[in-house]
Design a protein. Sequence first.
Lengths: 325, 300
Amino acid sequence: MANKVSVDISHRGPNGSIKGGESCPSCKELLTSEELESNLRVCHHCGHHLRVSARQRVAQLADEGTWNELAPHLRSADPLEFFDVRLYGDRIDEAESETGLNEAIVTGTARIHKMDVVLAVMEFGFMGGSMGSVVGEKFWRAAEAAIENRYPLLVFSASGGARMQEGILSLLQMAKTTCAVELLGEARIPFVSVLTHPTTGGVLASFATLADVIVAEPGSLLCFSGPRVIEQTIKEKLPEDFGRAESNMAHGQVDIIIPRNELKDRLVQILGMLEGGVACALEPLWEEKARPAGRGGAFAEALDRVKAIANAPWRAFKGRDREDQ
Amino acid sequence: MPTLPGVHLKDEIAKISNRLMELGRGRQPDKASWEKVELARHPKRPYTLDYIEHMFPGFIELKGDRLFADDPAIVGGLAAYQGRTIMVIGHQKGRDLPSRTYRNFGMPKPEGYRKAQRLMRLADKFHIPVLTLVDTPGAFPGVAAEERGQGSAIATSLMCMAKLQVPTVAVIIGEGGSGGALALALADRVMMLENSIYSVITPEACAAILWRDSSEAQQAATSLKLTSADLEELEVVDEVLPEPRGGAHKDYAGAARILKEALEDSLRELETVSPLQRKKERFEKYRRMGVWREEGLTLF
Ligand SMILES: [Zn+2]
Ligand SMILES: [Zn+2]
């Protein structure tokens, strides 16, 4: 193992990356970019899930040519004229040139295995995936798009918490995104949240854990308070597995942990099953626009057709009932 | 004020040159902001139970989250109020060392937020308006609290308040510390006492992260814009309530009277609209929260 790691230092880029490859943060094995690419950035030596950028994530999931970005022109302002050792605007510019994104979240519509979804992916590389006004607004618009098109919403989070430079306005994004989730709920739009490494602070304590199904990537750190804050408070070293997806699972905080190579198939399966509910015969049939063709699966559609015939008298009766009220 | 459509180059240039000047001479921390931080944390400041005692002739405290434990860092219960009932829920700090420890310095654990939710749902069932009093340094950072879902407890508390059918009024009475404070403050009316603060992070922690020096807390307090006046300007709170001369800690009864009047006025306004309309207005208000630019779009 030792000789595998010895690489020419001059080829090392920032944070230990090597030209044409990286060493695995967990087992330290050297991985070429081809190896990483072909294995969805999962180390094939130890199974460690390396960080995936928002763009890479979209490419991993969306069917070719189906990604359509929403609100691509939303950018941060500096409402507090935040005074700091560096200008907020400079921090934004730097994050932009490093990530090629203009905020810590990208949102859009896409098809995944031919299923239409609204997809939102957070970018940890953009100021630690911090949530400020733009993240909140883009989340709101993504939820609106999901409701309008009646597509399910799929959100990948990765965040260090709130965007300090926007002060209280960043805190309020927790309230804003919560309201957006409630609108999804009222409209019965399935919302699946995938927690990736790391999801902490205000993002974890708002939309990310308010989803209908909470999925986690293996090994990801998921906690409200960061390990360092807790260590300072209790003045003890935390165990290695603190706040990891597996520990969260054991404590009942997530629904399911899905390894990355199964993620795409399983997410489509989960979203499909959430849409497969069929109203019972005594409930009014969903309005036409409530479920467009192709949603709910073949079984649900067939059952609907049977129901429409079998329960016609019931529906007529229910209609009268409603007029009486 | 919030949305800035397009970028106005002239304004941008003016702003940048302003900032350069400020950077050049090193902006001085504003003493007034730090004074507010100290007043908000004043050990003699009235806490939730003090306000309850002075505002309501009768109060029945209801404890426990029905799941795990009772969290003394959040108190709540039914209060008699002008011939009717109000559900009052608030963070509670302790006054001396044993009670401070008992109240965990006003830092709630998941069971505190789950108790609050249980009480809010109870209020909803019987058409009882909800008043929350916010005063916490933040949610408790601890291993067990994390294991019981601190993040999820705050998130569901926000969701619970978003869904409520009854009128909700929140008052920041001391420290409004981050998500742990907001969890009780997603309300139809949000007010702040004059000498209270409301912030995404404590000035000390902010200074430790951005300046790598927690002694820059005074500077951070200025930068974060956490005073009641700042928040009114940012349109995050609906109203700032003046405190008795010298601050709320000088006159508990006077401070309680001010709070009671504000509650009365808020309820009078909120109860003239239907629950559905109230929820709609609540959502419109939170939808507007934030400031951003949208390039390539002109709204005017
Ligand atoms: Zn590895
Ligand atoms: Zn290999």
